[in-house]
Design a protein around this ligand. Sequence first.
Ligand SMILES: *[C@@H]1O[C@H](CO)[C@@H](O)[C@H](O)[C@H]1NC(C)=O
Ligand SMILES: *[C@@H]1O[C@H](CO)[C@@H](O)[C@H](O)[C@H]1NC(C)=O
Ligand SMILES: *[C@@H]1O[C@H](CO)[C@@H](O)[C@H](O)[C@H]1NC(C)=O
Ligand SMILES: *[C@@H]1O[C@H](CO)[C@@H](O)[C@H](O)[C@H]1NC(C)=O
Ligand SMILES: *[C@@H]1O[C@H](CO)[C@@H](O)[C@H](O)[C@H]1NC(C)=O
Ligand SMILES: *[C@@H]1O[C@H](CO)[C@@H](O)[C@H](O)[C@H]1NC(C)=O
Ligand SMILES: *[C@@H]1O[C@H](CO)[C@@H](O)[C@H](O)[C@H]1NC(C)=O
Ligand SMILES: *[C@@H]1O[C@H](CO)[C@@H](O)[C@H](O)[C@H]1NC(C)=O
Ligand SMILES: *[C@@H]1O[C@H](CO)[C@@H](O)[C@H](O)[C@H]1NC(C)=O
Length: 339
Amino acid sequence: MSDTKAEATGVEAATLPSAPAKRSFGARVAAHYKKWWWAHLIAFVIVVLVVVLPVIYVGYPKIAQRDVNDSTLDITSMVISDPTPDSFQLNQTQVIGSDSSYHPQIYAFNAAVSLAGAAAPFTTVRVPGVKSEDGAEIEVVQKVDLSDVDAFGDYAKAVMLNEEVSLNIYGEPELRQGSLPKTKVTYNKTVTMKGLNQLKGFDVTEFHILLTTKNGRNMDGTVYIPNPSVMTIEMGNLTLDLSVAGKPMGQSFLDNLILKPGNNTIPMTSTVNQTAIISMLTSKSNPYKDGVVPFDITGNSSVYNGKTLPYFTEALSANNLTVHLNVTKALAEIGLTNL
Ligand SMILES: *[C@@H]1O[C@H](CO)[C@@H](O)[C@H](O)[C@H]1NC(C)=O
Ligand SMILES: *[C@@H]1O[C@H](CO)[C@@H](O)[C@H](O)[C@H]1NC(C)=O
Ligand SMILES: *[C@@H]1O[C@H](CO)[C@@H](O)[C@H](O)[C@H]1NC(C)=O
Ligand SMILES: *[C@@H]1O[C@H](CO)[C@@H](O)[C@H](O)[C@H]1NC(C)=O
Ligand SMILES: *[C@@H]1O[C@H](CO)[C@@H](O)[C@H](O)[C@H]1NC(C)=O
Ligand SMILES: *[C@@H]1O[C@H](CO)[C@@H](O)[C@H](O)[C@H]1NC(C)=O
Ligand SMILES: *[C@@H]1O[C@H](CO)[C@@H](O)[C@H](O)[C@H]1NC(C)=O
Ligand SMILES: *[C@@H]1O[C@H](CO)[C@@H](O)[C@H](O)[C@H]1NC(C)=O
Ligand SMILES: *[C@@H]1O[C@H](CO)[C@@H](O)[C@H](O)[C@H]1NC(C)=O
């Protein structure tokens, strides 16, 4: 055993310098690499490029796009304030929903906002950068210029009339995952949110005849306006036309109206043609024997700081409201009975 070992080392020691053809495997590999290192380097680089480049430039953008496609967006708050005929202040909170294991940084981008299905966006908003994570909040605080006032009128009308409204948000943000390069994705999301649903539930909960007029108004009262949406809308001074069976009966005013999410209880004043109402109720053909009169209410105008807001005006006038008011009761309050 020990002889063989000694012999082997002896042979090795004796033959190495004089017989290169019989070098050890390790030495031959070393020699090979010494000679062909450049070929291996090129091969290695090619393999890396072939494997990594498609991952970075094809796979990664695709995964990024897929994750963007799969993510959701929820508008949890939307405040429209300080409106002018062609702009308003927008304070909006959006929440990203994503079950991806990647959390790329999404850079700020411009998003075109339109009523889903509409031909043109009504504005472009600057969406700030955000790290894409489930529940990440995006705050858009911006003075919004209405690039297309008619398109915004259509949106306002859709909000007024429908139970749900879909907004399309379109942009091409860049995003970056970890130390990978930036990649551009297409962000095309349709977000469905609750609308005002024709102000269903609108009611005049109280109204009184004023014996002395205030600013030309001879009635006051309270209206109840439910707002099932997450929108807070500053609508300015609203004028509403009142009519009974197609006959004009005056106007109601909601001053400095800010419609908030939930139940709104708001003071209302009116200028009502009392002569017309009393003569209607006292006529032989009076159809409202119990004194309860159905008033039809349609929007006349929305004015903010002296300027008419065409989009709110349009939205208001697209809606029809009817309230049943016990006029006999209001007249009795001021001592007029047995008409
Ligand atoms: C993302 O959605 C768009 C349609 O909105 C589709 O054309 C595209 O193929 C989707 N991309 C991926 C990677 O899923
Ligand atoms: C909107 O956000 C800005 C900045 O945070 C704030 O100054 C402003 O009061 C907000 N407006 C409304 C109506 O909440
Ligand atoms: C966004 O996607 C919708 C359908 O999901 C499509 O109709 C619309 O054309 C897309 N928008 C753009 C700007 O590509
Ligand atoms: C709003 O009023 C309705 C009844 O008119 C009531 O059922 C509801 O709970 C109220 N909502 C809030 C948030 O107060
Ligand atoms: C009030 O109604 C009466 C009777 O219909 C009408 O003659 C009168 O012009 C109206 N007054 C106003 C201010 O509209
Ligand atoms: C709006 O009210 C004004 C009076 O304030 C009236 O002249 C006008 O006809 C009304 N417009 C509509 C569409 O009812
Ligand atoms: C509403 O009208 C009142 C009285 O005319 C005025 O003082 C107020 O500034 C108006 N509000 C808005 C938002 O324009
Ligand atoms: C409101 O009434 C007008 C005229 O009666 C009608 O043309 C319109 O469709 C009604 N709007 C709604 C939302 O019911
Ligand atoms: C209207 O009010 C009068 C006086 O308060 C009352 O007697 C009457 O029952 C009321 N009518 C209805 C339908 O509520």
